[in-house]
Design a protein around this ligand. Sequence first.
Ligand code: HEC
Length: 202
Amino acid sequence: MRGKPLNLVLLAGLILAGVLNWTVEWNTSEPNFEFLPEMVRSVPFNSFSANPNFSDGKTLQRPPEGAIPRGFAPIHYGPTPEEAVRAGEELRSPFPADDKEALERGVSIYMSFCAHCHGGSGAGDGAVVRRGYPGPPSLLAEQTQTRPDGQLFHIISYGQGNMPGHAAQISQEDRWKVISYIRSLQQKNQVTQQSTAVQPES
Ligand code: HEC
């Protein structure tokens, strides 16, 4: 008996809700009640919304000709072997050969991005090559030794033959640093070659 008034109130509420539900028009093609509409519909134009402020009616606009992303430095060379030779004539490494920090960074870049093909010592016997990938020439050979740094920079950036370009993965600075490391490998190899060459005489 004690719960009777409460039950009546609940019953009245149920009937009221039923009537309201029946009287409110239900249109599934329109959004329902929107809470905080200024958050649902943002004031600025969304990237893909129509935009009457531009002649083509779109919000996303093509960047102006020649625009580059922040922090991106373009290389003004094409992807051809002739352009690689031109890069060799014109570009100089910003890092001197005795820059220890550059060399250390070059080692880490080489081990992450190059050693699986070129091998740890640059001899062209990386793990991928041992599994059948067409092997690169030894980076210690005269052919690579005599190419100027700028040409190596171009090759690393754009690739050459079976080697893919690495411009997307390795920053320009790091590409120069990996060249410092290749030079140090070549130098070490020359020293050991000279020492083995004099050995028979001694
Ligand atoms: C997928 C395997 C692969 C990877 C990874 C790779 N290379 Fe190569 N690389 C090659 C092959 C193959 C060639 C020979 C291309 C040709 O001339 O046909 C080559 C050629 C080169 C040459 C030119 C040699 C010459 O004198 O002609 C240089 C320099 C070089 N690579 C440096 C690098 C450096 C530095 C990296 C890492 C940033 C790297 N490569 C990553 C496969 C690779």
